[in-house]
Write a protein that binds this ligand. Structure first.
Ligand SMILES: Nc1ncnc2c1ncn2[C@@H]1O[C@H](COP(=O)(O)OP(=O)(O)O)[C@@H](O)[C@H]1O
Ligand SMILES: [Mg+2]
Length: 424
């Protein structure tokens, strides 16, 4: 394909730049994390002294039955939830600082919150302007979003408005928007839900490539196929708010075997593990939780040692293939320094891009825009008639002041109304 060739050429051109780039890596550890909602008798414990490690350079899947606490865990780790939490979350061994952490990480929620009146390409382009800033040329930005759209299978719907996209396409767009500036830590809540099997594989392959660049990628995953699960490096299984397994994907079966749980032949290990976590095989879950010390250790399938403390991990980052996903070339870290994280675009660019984007959105709200215009014209005629030739000398001063006051109030309230309605 034409784009493929262009992208390959571009990748070749950026390999040298990439080699010089300093990739900041963030290992995320959490220990004895508890999360309770509600107070008094209605208090509900969602996470129970759970621990774990998500390493940079690895693609980690969080799995578990529905209601196990996967989303809650991810919300806490991403810094979205702050109350009702006990325990520690560390980044590279130091306590996580909310302010910087929110800039280092990106979180793609299960529900997409997208503006419905923009097309995929316009959305991606606005995000590219905001995230990549003015250092990257328009052509490069276009190429970047072309590739992301191509990888996520959005090329055919690039001119389609978000309101007309399918659920899966919306999800892919949400992922694509976050992929533009390749954050250091990427959290994804069920990124493959709503995607067909090949798109899921494509999507996870992209995440894997991002992880290979030294980033920490954590995704909750729902009913993965064996092929999809194989794409992940690490697996973290949550059962009833506790950790049931933590370790490499291919060590899951040996771990379950070591606890006398035999996965039936031709059975998807993920389904089997979820059945176990749901309690279909009896009280074995408690043994599994204590076997992995509720996430304090990582299971390694060696005949000599089975569990190692979660602090000792392999931080080796795989070599990235030259034709790998080219957003690697947009790692901004080398420009901004390792810890100094700022917005990609300067303030005036942000304002300009957001104004353009909002103007498009408003203009395409046809009914609302027509109503607003009609209302303004009607009020203008009304006020015009009311104060028609009222006089421009001193005796008409109160009338003139009254008209100015009325105009100001009208403009003010008309502008403030959408905000009131949003906050209502
Ligand atoms: N704010 C809340 N108030 C009450 N219950 C909650 C709240 N947040 C989550 N829960 C409950 O906690 C459990 C875990 O939720 P969640 O983390 O979304 O599960 P998962 O993502 O694994 O399906 C669910 O039973 C859910 O109903
Ligand atoms: Mg969930």
């Amino acid at each position: 394909m034409d784009t493929d060739i262009k992208l390959r050429e571009r990748n070749r051109g950026t390999t040298a730049t990439r080699e010089n780039q300093e990739v900041s890596s963030f290992d995320l550890t959490f220990s004895d994390l508890s999360y309770t909602v509600g107070k008094g008798e209605t208090a509900k414990k969602i996470l129970r002294q759970i621990s774990g490690t998500f390493n940079s350079g690895k693609l980690t899947a969080i799995m578990g039955p529905s209601g196990a606490g996967k989303t809650s865990l991810m919300n806490i780790l991403a810094g979205l939830k702050k109350s009702g939490i006990e325990g520690r979350v560390n980044v590279n061994g130091a306590e996580r600082k909310f302010k910087t952490f929110r800039k280092q990480s990106a979180y793609i929620t299960q529900q997409d919150h997208l503006l419905s009146n923009l097309s995929v390409e316009e959305y991606m382009m606005s995000a590219a302007h905001l995230k990549l800033g003015n250092d990257v040329s328009e052509k490069e930005k276009k190429l970047t979003i072309e590739l992301i759209m191509n990888t996520l299978g959005l090329t055919n719907s690039q001119s389609t408005r978000v309101s007309c996209l399918s659920g899966g396409e919306c999800k892919r767009l949400a992922i694509g928007l976050e992929l533009i500036d390749n954050p250091a830590i990427l959290f994804l809540d069920e990124p493959t839900s709503g995607l067909d099997s090949s798109s899921s594989l494509q999507c996870v392959a992209v995440l894997r490539d991002i992880a290979k660049t030294g980033r920490t990628v954590v995704a909750t995953i729902h009913q993965p196929s064996t092929r999809l699960l194989d794409q992940f490096d690490q697996l973290y299984i949550v059962a009833g708010g506790s950790c049931m397994y933590q370790g490499p994907v291919n060590s899951l079966i040996p771990y379950l075997q070591s606890m006398n749980l035999q996965c039936p032949d031709h059975h998807n290990p993920a389904d089997f593990a979820i059945d176990v976590a749901s309690g279909e095989y009896g009280d074995v879950v408690f043994r599994l939780i204590s076997g992995i010390e509720n996430g304090r250790s990582i299971y390694q399938d060696n005949s000599s040692t089975s569990c190692v403390p979660s602090t000792s991990h392999d931080t080796e980052v795989d070599e990235v293939d030259e034709t790998d996903f080219m957003i690697n070339s947009h790692l901004r870290t080398n420009k901004r320094g390792k810890n100094e994280l700022s917005y990609g675009a300067p303030f005036h660019t942000q304002v300009a891009v957001l104004l353009r984007r909002t103007w498009r959105t408003i203009w395409r709200e046809q009914i609302l825009t027509t109503m607003r215009l009609t209302l303004h014209v009607c009020i203008a005629i009304l006020i015009g008639l009311l104060y028609w030739q009222i006089g421009d000398d001193a005796h008409a001063i109160y009338n003139n002041a009254g008209m100015l006051f009325f105009n100001h109030i009208f403009i003010l309230y008309a502008a403030m109304m959408p905000t009131f309605l949003t906050c209502k």
